[in-house]
Ligand binder design. Sequence first.
Ligand code: PMP
Length: 423
Amino acid sequence: MTTTTLSEALSAARQSYASKNPNSLKAYERATESLPGGGTRSSIFIHPFPLFIERGEGSEIIDVDGHRYLDFVSDFTSGIYGKTNPVLKKAIIEGLDNGLQLGAHTLPESSLSSILCSRFPSMDLVRFANSGTEANILAISTGLHYTGRKKVVVFEGGYHGSVLSHFGEDVGDLKVPYDFVVCPYNDITGTELMIRKYAEEVGVIIVEPMIGAGGCIPGDPEFLQSLRDLSTEIGAVLIFDEVQTARLSTGGRQKILGITPDMTTVGKFFGGGFAFGAFGGKKEIMNLFDARQPNSISHGGTFNNSPLTMIAGLTAVRHILTEENLRKLNELGDSLRKNLNKVFDDEKLPFKMTGLGSINQLHYTSPTQKREGLDLFFFHLLDRGYWIAQRGLVSLNFAMTENEVKGFNDAVVEAARGVKNSL
Ligand code: PMP
Protein backbone atom coordinates (compact mmCIF):
# COMPACT_ATOMS: atom_id res chain seq x y z
CA MET A 1 0.00 0.00 0.00
CA THR A 2 1.43 3.34 -1.03
CA THR A 3 -1.04 5.45 0.97
CA THR A 4 0.25 6.79 4.22
CA THR A 5 -2.69 7.99 6.27
CA LEU A 6 -5.73 6.13 7.50
CA SER A 7 -8.08 8.40 5.53
CA GLU A 8 -6.18 7.83 2.31
CA ALA A 9 -6.06 4.10 2.89
CA LEU A 10 -9.80 4.07 3.53
CA SER A 11 -10.57 6.10 0.45
CA ALA A 12 -8.46 3.66 -1.64
CA ALA A 13 -10.26 0.70 -0.02
CA ARG A 14 -13.64 2.23 -0.87
CA GLN A 15 -12.64 2.80 -4.49
CA SER A 16 -11.40 -0.75 -4.80
CA TYR A 17 -14.65 -2.02 -3.23
CA ALA A 18 -16.73 0.01 -5.69
CA SER A 19 -14.78 -1.26 -8.68
CA LYS A 20 -15.10 -4.89 -7.56
CA ASN A 21 -18.86 -4.68 -7.06
CA PRO A 22 -20.46 -3.12 -10.16
CA ASN A 23 -23.61 -5.27 -9.99
CA SER A 24 -24.22 -4.37 -6.34
CA LEU A 25 -23.76 -0.71 -7.19
CA LYS A 26 -26.27 -0.98 -10.04
CA ALA A 27 -28.74 -2.83 -7.79
CA TYR A 28 -28.27 -0.20 -5.12
CA GLU A 29 -28.88 2.71 -7.48
CA ARG A 30 -32.07 1.05 -8.65
CA ALA A 31 -33.16 0.44 -5.05
CA THR A 32 -32.76 4.12 -4.17
CA GLU A 33 -35.58 4.91 -6.63
CA SER A 34 -38.17 3.31 -4.35
CA LEU A 35 -36.47 2.88 -0.95
CA PRO A 36 -35.03 5.90 0.91
CA GLY A 37 -31.27 5.34 0.92
CA GLY A 38 -31.85 2.14 -1.05
CA GLY A 39 -32.83 -0.03 1.89
CA THR A 40 -35.39 -0.87 4.51
CA ARG A 41 -33.21 -1.87 7.46
CA SER A 42 -30.82 0.81 8.69
CA SER A 43 -28.57 -1.60 10.61
CA ILE A 44 -27.42 -3.43 7.48
CA PHE A 45 -26.48 -0.40 5.40
CA ILE A 46 -22.84 -0.31 4.32
CA HIS A 47 -20.96 2.83 3.37
CA PRO A 48 -20.49 3.74 0.50
CA PHE A 49 -23.14 1.29 -0.76
CA PRO A 50 -24.22 -2.15 0.45
CA LEU A 51 -23.50 -5.46 -1.25
CA PHE A 52 -26.59 -7.16 -2.64
CA ILE A 53 -26.68 -10.79 -1.65
CA GLU A 54 -28.17 -13.29 -4.04
CA ARG A 55 -28.22 -16.39 -1.87
CA GLY A 56 -26.63 -18.30 0.98
CA GLU A 57 -25.24 -21.79 1.39
CA GLY A 58 -24.19 -23.29 4.73
CA SER A 59 -22.06 -20.59 6.33
CA GLU A 60 -21.52 -18.60 3.12
CA ILE A 61 -23.27 -15.80 1.30
CA ILE A 62 -22.86 -15.10 -2.41
CA ASP A 63 -23.34 -11.58 -3.77
CA VAL A 64 -24.68 -10.43 -7.14
CA ASP A 65 -21.12 -10.06 -8.46
CA GLY A 66 -20.41 -13.69 -7.62
CA HIS A 67 -18.16 -13.14 -4.58
CA ARG A 68 -18.46 -15.63 -1.74
CA TYR A 69 -18.06 -14.56 1.87
CA LEU A 70 -18.00 -16.56 5.08
CA ASP A 71 -20.80 -14.94 7.05
CA PHE A 72 -19.75 -13.85 10.52
CA VAL A 73 -22.75 -11.53 10.91
CA SER A 74 -25.28 -14.38 11.07
CA ASP A 75 -28.07 -11.86 10.63
CA PHE A 76 -27.13 -10.01 13.80
CA THR A 77 -27.38 -13.19 15.95
CA SER A 78 -30.74 -14.38 14.63
CA GLY A 79 -29.21 -16.45 11.81
CA ILE A 80 -27.85 -19.01 14.24
CA TYR A 81 -28.88 -21.95 12.00
CA GLY A 82 -26.72 -20.93 9.02
CA LYS A 83 -28.26 -20.56 5.59
CA THR A 84 -29.52 -24.05 4.89
CA ASN A 85 -30.45 -26.22 7.83
CA PRO A 86 -31.88 -29.59 6.66
CA VAL A 87 -33.89 -30.20 9.85
CA LEU A 88 -35.59 -26.82 9.64
CA LYS A 89 -36.10 -27.11 5.88
CA LYS A 90 -37.92 -30.42 6.24
CA ALA A 91 -40.17 -29.13 9.02
CA ILE A 92 -40.99 -25.94 7.10
CA ILE A 93 -41.86 -27.85 3.90
CA GLU A 94 -44.12 -30.19 5.87
CA GLY A 95 -45.62 -27.13 7.54
CA LEU A 96 -46.35 -25.59 4.15
CA ASP A 97 -48.38 -28.67 3.21
CA ASN A 98 -50.40 -28.20 6.38
CA GLY A 99 -51.74 -24.77 5.42
CA LEU A 100 -50.10 -21.36 5.20
CA GLN A 101 -52.40 -19.60 7.61
CA LEU A 102 -54.97 -21.18 9.89
CA GLY A 103 -56.14 -18.22 11.97
CA ALA A 104 -56.77 -20.40 15.00
CA HIS A 105 -55.05 -22.04 17.96
CA THR A 106 -52.65 -24.82 16.99
CA LEU A 107 -50.74 -27.49 18.89
CA PRO A 108 -47.20 -26.32 17.94
CA GLU A 109 -47.95 -22.96 19.57
CA SER A 110 -48.57 -24.45 23.00
CA SER A 111 -45.61 -26.83 22.60
CA LEU A 112 -43.26 -23.96 21.78
CA SER A 113 -44.57 -21.84 24.65
CA SER A 114 -44.24 -24.75 27.05
CA ILE A 115 -40.57 -25.27 26.11
CA LEU A 116 -39.79 -21.55 26.43
CA CYS A 117 -41.42 -21.45 29.89
CA SER A 118 -39.47 -24.49 31.00
CA ARG A 119 -36.20 -22.94 29.81
CA PHE A 120 -36.38 -19.38 31.13
CA PRO A 121 -36.51 -19.19 34.94
CA SER A 122 -38.56 -15.96 34.80
CA MET A 123 -41.23 -17.21 32.38
CA ASP A 124 -44.27 -18.77 34.06
CA LEU A 125 -46.36 -17.77 31.06
CA VAL A 126 -45.53 -16.30 27.66
CA ARG A 127 -47.22 -14.53 24.73
CA PHE A 128 -45.97 -14.37 21.16
CA ALA A 129 -45.42 -11.37 18.90
CA ASN A 130 -43.70 -10.66 15.57
CA SER A 131 -40.38 -9.09 16.46
CA GLY A 132 -38.13 -8.26 19.37
CA THR A 133 -39.23 -4.64 19.08
CA GLU A 134 -42.87 -5.58 19.40
CA ALA A 135 -42.16 -7.95 22.30
CA ASN A 136 -40.38 -5.14 24.15
CA ILE A 137 -43.15 -2.61 23.53
CA LEU A 138 -45.68 -5.14 24.80
CA ALA A 139 -43.58 -6.05 27.83
CA ILE A 140 -42.98 -2.41 28.78
CA SER A 141 -46.65 -1.52 28.34
CA THR A 142 -47.63 -4.55 30.40
CA GLY A 143 -45.24 -3.55 33.18
CA LEU A 144 -46.60 0.01 33.23
CA HIS A 145 -50.18 -1.25 33.27
CA TYR A 146 -49.40 -3.71 36.06
CA THR A 147 -47.75 -1.10 38.27
CA GLY A 148 -49.98 1.82 37.28
CA ARG A 149 -46.85 3.96 36.88
CA LYS A 150 -45.42 5.97 34.01
CA LYS A 151 -41.63 5.97 33.98
CA VAL A 152 -39.43 3.48 32.13
CA VAL A 153 -35.79 3.09 33.14
CA VAL A 154 -33.49 2.33 30.19
CA PHE A 155 -29.72 2.44 29.78
CA GLU A 156 -27.22 4.41 27.72
CA GLY A 157 -26.19 2.31 24.72
CA GLY A 158 -29.23 0.06 25.13
CA TYR A 159 -31.15 -1.26 22.13
CA HIS A 160 -34.61 -2.75 22.47
CA GLY A 161 -35.80 -2.22 18.89
CA SER A 162 -36.00 0.34 16.13
CA VAL A 163 -38.25 2.63 18.18
CA LEU A 164 -36.54 1.80 21.46
CA SER A 165 -32.95 2.89 20.96
CA HIS A 166 -30.55 5.87 20.96
CA PHE A 167 -31.48 6.68 24.54
CA GLY A 168 -30.21 10.06 25.62
CA GLU A 169 -29.32 10.90 22.00
CA ASP A 170 -31.09 13.04 19.44
CA VAL A 171 -30.26 10.99 16.36
CA GLY A 172 -32.89 9.14 14.34
CA ASP A 173 -35.35 9.87 17.08
CA LEU A 174 -38.49 7.83 16.45
CA LYS A 175 -38.75 6.61 20.00
CA VAL A 176 -42.04 5.31 21.33
CA PRO A 177 -43.17 8.17 23.58
CA TYR A 178 -42.71 6.52 26.96
CA ASP A 179 -41.47 8.63 29.84
CA PHE A 180 -37.87 7.37 29.82
CA VAL A 181 -35.26 7.75 32.56
CA VAL A 182 -31.85 7.05 31.01
CA CYS A 183 -29.28 5.55 33.38
CA PRO A 184 -25.57 4.69 33.01
CA TYR A 185 -25.02 0.98 32.22
CA ASN A 186 -22.81 -0.98 34.63
CA ASP A 187 -22.75 1.98 37.03
CA ILE A 188 -24.48 0.85 40.21
CA THR A 189 -24.13 4.15 42.09
CA GLY A 190 -25.15 6.38 39.17
CA THR A 191 -28.14 4.19 38.35
CA GLU A 192 -29.31 3.94 41.94
CA LEU A 193 -29.13 7.70 42.29
CA MET A 194 -31.33 8.24 39.22
CA ILE A 195 -33.84 5.52 40.08
CA ARG A 196 -34.24 6.62 43.69
CA LYS A 197 -34.95 10.13 42.48
CA TYR A 198 -38.09 8.83 40.73
CA ALA A 199 -38.68 5.72 42.86
CA GLU A 200 -42.45 6.02 43.15
CA GLU A 201 -42.96 6.75 39.46
CA VAL A 202 -40.77 4.02 37.96
CA GLY A 203 -42.97 1.20 36.64
CA VAL A 204 -40.44 -0.64 34.51
CA ILE A 205 -36.69 -1.18 34.41
CA ILE A 206 -35.67 -2.77 31.11
CA VAL A 207 -32.10 -3.93 30.54
CA GLU A 208 -30.04 -6.10 28.22
CA PRO A 209 -27.96 -8.56 30.27
CA MET A 210 -25.29 -7.72 27.70
CA ILE A 211 -25.54 -4.48 25.70
CA GLY A 212 -25.82 -5.92 22.17
CA ALA A 213 -26.15 -3.44 19.31
CA GLY A 214 -24.40 -0.90 21.56
CA GLY A 215 -21.13 -2.84 21.35
CA CYS A 216 -21.38 -6.25 23.11
CA ILE A 217 -20.69 -4.94 26.61
CA PRO A 218 -21.50 -7.63 29.19
CA GLY A 219 -23.49 -6.45 32.19
CA ASP A 220 -21.58 -6.94 35.43
CA PRO A 221 -23.38 -9.57 37.51
CA GLU A 222 -23.33 -7.21 40.51
CA PHE A 223 -24.92 -4.48 38.42
CA LEU A 224 -27.70 -6.76 37.16
CA GLN A 225 -28.26 -8.06 40.70
CA SER A 226 -28.49 -4.48 41.97
CA LEU A 227 -31.26 -3.84 39.43
CA ARG A 228 -33.05 -6.95 40.68
CA ASP A 229 -32.82 -5.72 44.27
CA LEU A 230 -33.79 -2.15 43.45
CA SER A 231 -36.83 -3.20 41.36
CA THR A 232 -38.11 -5.35 44.20
CA GLU A 233 -37.57 -2.54 46.68
CA ILE A 234 -39.40 0.15 44.71
CA GLY A 235 -42.08 -2.14 43.26
CA ALA A 236 -41.07 -1.83 39.60
CA VAL A 237 -41.19 -4.60 37.00
CA LEU A 238 -37.68 -5.71 35.96
CA ILE A 239 -37.50 -6.83 32.33
CA PHE A 240 -34.48 -8.62 30.88
CA ASP A 241 -34.30 -8.12 27.13
CA GLU A 242 -32.70 -11.41 26.12
CA VAL A 243 -33.45 -11.03 22.41
CA GLN A 244 -29.74 -11.59 21.75
CA THR A 245 -28.45 -13.17 24.96
CA ALA A 246 -31.04 -15.98 24.98
CA ARG A 247 -28.54 -18.01 22.96
CA LEU A 248 -25.83 -17.90 25.64
CA SER A 249 -27.45 -20.93 27.32
CA THR A 250 -30.77 -22.75 27.05
CA GLY A 251 -32.21 -20.25 29.53
CA GLY A 252 -30.36 -17.10 28.47
CA ARG A 253 -28.00 -15.11 30.64
CA GLN A 254 -30.48 -15.10 33.52
CA LYS A 255 -30.00 -18.84 33.90
CA ILE A 256 -26.20 -18.52 33.86
CA LEU A 257 -26.21 -15.74 36.47
CA GLY A 258 -29.07 -17.03 38.60
CA ILE A 259 -30.77 -13.61 38.46
CA THR A 260 -34.49 -13.85 37.73
CA PRO A 261 -36.25 -10.79 36.34
CA ASP A 262 -40.04 -10.32 36.53
CA MET A 263 -40.38 -10.45 32.76
CA THR A 264 -38.21 -11.51 29.82
CA THR A 265 -38.34 -10.76 26.12
CA VAL A 266 -36.89 -12.96 23.39
CA GLY A 267 -37.12 -13.06 19.60
CA LYS A 268 -34.79 -13.61 16.65
CA PHE A 269 -33.77 -17.31 16.41
CA PHE A 270 -36.79 -18.68 18.32
CA GLY A 271 -38.79 -18.21 15.13
CA GLY A 272 -36.61 -20.80 13.38
CA GLY A 273 -35.78 -18.27 10.65
CA PHE A 274 -39.13 -16.47 10.62
CA ALA A 275 -40.11 -13.16 12.18
CA PHE A 276 -40.67 -13.70 15.90
CA GLY A 277 -40.86 -12.10 19.31
CA ALA A 278 -42.12 -13.21 22.71
CA PHE A 279 -42.64 -11.71 26.13
CA GLY A 280 -43.20 -13.70 29.27
CA GLY A 281 -42.98 -13.47 33.00
CA LYS A 282 -44.54 -14.04 36.37
CA LYS A 283 -48.02 -15.53 36.50
CA GLU A 284 -49.55 -12.56 38.28
CA ILE A 285 -48.36 -10.24 35.52
CA MET A 286 -49.03 -12.45 32.51
CA ASN A 287 -52.44 -13.49 33.81
CA LEU A 288 -53.57 -9.99 32.84
CA PHE A 289 -53.91 -11.48 29.33
CA ASP A 290 -56.10 -14.42 30.44
CA ALA A 291 -59.22 -14.04 28.28
CA ARG A 292 -61.24 -16.06 30.80
CA GLN A 293 -60.94 -13.22 33.29
CA PRO A 294 -63.20 -10.16 33.22
CA ASN A 295 -61.32 -7.00 32.16
CA SER A 296 -58.41 -8.97 30.76
CA ILE A 297 -55.99 -7.12 28.45
CA SER A 298 -56.59 -7.72 24.79
CA HIS A 299 -53.47 -8.51 22.81
CA GLY A 300 -54.10 -9.30 19.16
CA GLY A 301 -51.74 -9.87 16.27
CA THR A 302 -52.53 -11.63 12.98
CA PHE A 303 -49.17 -13.37 12.84
CA ASN A 304 -48.59 -13.93 16.60
CA ASN A 305 -49.05 -17.66 16.11
CA SER A 306 -48.31 -18.00 12.41
CA PRO A 307 -48.27 -21.78 11.82
CA LEU A 308 -44.98 -21.81 9.91
CA THR A 309 -43.23 -19.73 12.57
CA MET A 310 -44.55 -21.96 15.34
CA ILE A 311 -43.45 -25.13 13.54
CA ALA A 312 -40.02 -23.74 12.66
CA GLY A 313 -39.50 -22.38 16.18
CA LEU A 314 -40.61 -25.61 17.80
CA THR A 315 -38.34 -27.69 15.56
CA ALA A 316 -35.45 -25.37 16.36
CA VAL A 317 -35.82 -25.58 20.14
CA ARG A 318 -36.40 -29.31 20.10
CA HIS A 319 -33.61 -30.33 17.76
CA ILE A 320 -31.10 -27.53 17.26
CA LEU A 321 -31.01 -25.12 20.22
CA THR A 322 -29.98 -27.94 22.54
CA GLU A 323 -27.82 -27.50 25.62
CA GLU A 324 -24.93 -29.33 23.96
CA ASN A 325 -25.09 -27.36 20.68
CA LEU A 326 -25.33 -24.01 22.46
CA ARG A 327 -22.48 -24.89 24.81
CA LYS A 328 -20.18 -25.81 21.90
CA LEU A 329 -21.05 -22.69 19.89
CA ASN A 330 -20.50 -20.41 22.86
CA GLU A 331 -17.19 -22.10 23.74
CA LEU A 332 -16.05 -21.53 20.17
CA GLY A 333 -16.84 -17.83 20.54
CA ASP A 334 -15.15 -17.59 23.94
CA SER A 335 -11.92 -19.06 22.60
CA LEU A 336 -12.01 -16.85 19.48
CA ARG A 337 -12.29 -13.75 21.69
CA LYS A 338 -9.53 -14.94 24.04
CA ASN A 339 -7.13 -15.77 21.18
CA LEU A 340 -7.74 -12.52 19.31
CA ASN A 341 -7.35 -10.32 22.37
CA LYS A 342 -4.06 -12.05 23.19
CA VAL A 343 -2.67 -11.33 19.69
CA PHE A 344 -3.99 -7.73 19.81
CA ASP A 345 -2.19 -7.27 23.14
CA ASP A 346 1.02 -9.07 22.14
CA GLU A 347 1.38 -7.16 18.86
CA LYS A 348 -0.04 -3.89 20.21
CA LEU A 349 -2.69 -3.83 17.49
CA PRO A 350 -5.33 -1.12 18.00
CA PHE A 351 -8.24 -3.58 18.33
CA LYS A 352 -10.18 -5.32 21.04
CA MET A 353 -12.96 -7.88 21.04
CA THR A 354 -15.70 -7.74 23.66
CA GLY A 355 -18.69 -9.99 24.15
CA LEU A 356 -19.90 -13.25 25.61
CA GLY A 357 -19.92 -16.71 24.07
CA SER A 358 -20.80 -16.63 20.38
CA ILE A 359 -21.81 -12.92 20.29
CA ASN A 360 -18.89 -10.52 20.02
CA GLN A 361 -17.85 -7.13 18.78
CA LEU A 362 -14.56 -5.90 17.36
CA HIS A 363 -13.61 -2.39 18.47
CA TYR A 364 -10.97 -0.11 17.02
CA THR A 365 -9.30 1.22 20.14
CA SER A 366 -7.28 4.13 18.81
CA PRO A 367 -8.68 7.34 20.37
CA THR A 368 -9.00 9.11 16.99
CA GLN A 369 -10.66 8.23 13.65
CA LYS A 370 -12.64 5.43 15.27
CA ARG A 371 -15.13 5.10 12.43
CA GLU A 372 -12.42 5.19 9.75
CA GLY A 373 -10.26 2.60 11.50
CA LEU A 374 -13.13 0.14 11.81
CA ASP A 375 -14.28 0.78 8.21
CA LEU A 376 -10.82 0.11 6.84
CA PHE A 377 -10.63 -3.07 8.89
CA PHE A 378 -14.04 -4.11 7.49
CA PHE A 379 -12.79 -3.69 3.88
CA HIS A 380 -9.58 -5.61 4.67
CA LEU A 381 -11.72 -8.52 5.94
CA LEU A 382 -14.01 -8.38 2.89
CA ASP A 383 -10.94 -8.66 0.66
CA ARG A 384 -10.08 -11.84 2.52
CA GLY A 385 -13.57 -13.29 2.03
CA TYR A 386 -15.02 -12.63 5.50
CA TRP A 387 -18.25 -10.79 6.20
CA ILE A 388 -18.75 -8.99 9.53
CA ALA A 389 -21.10 -6.13 10.39
CA GLN A 390 -19.53 -2.84 9.45
CA ARG A 391 -19.96 -1.75 13.04
CA GLY A 392 -17.83 -4.71 14.17
CA LEU A 393 -20.36 -7.33 15.27
CA VAL A 394 -19.16 -10.92 14.95
CA SER A 395 -21.77 -13.58 15.55
CA LEU A 396 -21.17 -17.31 15.09
CA ASN A 397 -23.66 -19.83 13.76
CA PHE A 398 -24.11 -23.61 13.79
CA ALA A 399 -23.11 -24.01 10.14
CA MET A 400 -19.54 -22.89 10.88
CA THR A 401 -16.74 -25.37 11.33
CA GLU A 402 -13.89 -24.94 13.82
CA ASN A 403 -11.57 -24.58 10.83
CA GLU A 404 -13.63 -21.74 9.42
CA VAL A 405 -13.48 -19.94 12.76
CA LYS A 406 -9.71 -20.51 12.86
CA GLY A 407 -9.43 -19.06 9.33
CA PHE A 408 -11.47 -16.06 10.48
CA ASN A 409 -9.18 -15.61 13.47
CA ASP A 410 -6.15 -15.43 11.15
CA ALA A 411 -7.90 -13.08 8.73
CA VAL A 412 -8.83 -10.70 11.58
CA VAL A 413 -5.21 -10.59 12.72
CA GLU A 414 -3.99 -9.86 9.16
CA ALA A 415 -6.68 -7.19 8.70
CA ALA A 416 -5.75 -5.56 12.03
CA ARG A 417 -2.06 -5.56 11.00
CA GLY A 418 -3.12 -3.98 7.70
CA VAL A 419 -4.88 -1.15 9.54
CA LYS A 420 -1.91 -0.61 11.85
CA ASN A 421 0.44 -0.44 8.85
CA SER A 422 -1.54 2.37 7.31
CA LEU A 423 -1.35 4.57 10.41
N1 PMP B 1 -33.61 -6.23 21.66
C1 PMP B 1 -32.33 -6.52 21.38
C2 PMP B 1 -31.38 -6.74 22.51
C3 PMP B 1 -31.93 -6.63 20.05
O1 PMP B 1 -30.65 -6.92 19.79
C4 PMP B 1 -32.87 -6.45 19.03
C5 PMP B 1 -32.49 -6.57 17.57
N2 PMP B 1 -31.19 -6.39 17.24
C6 PMP B 1 -34.18 -6.14 19.38
C7 PMP B 1 -34.52 -6.05 20.70
C8 PMP B 1 -35.22 -5.90 18.33
O2 PMP B 1 -35.57 -7.09 17.69
P1 PMP B 1 -36.23 -7.04 16.24
O3 PMP B 1 -35.17 -6.56 15.30
O4 PMP B 1 -36.68 -8.44 16.01
O5 PMP B 1 -37.37 -6.09 16.33
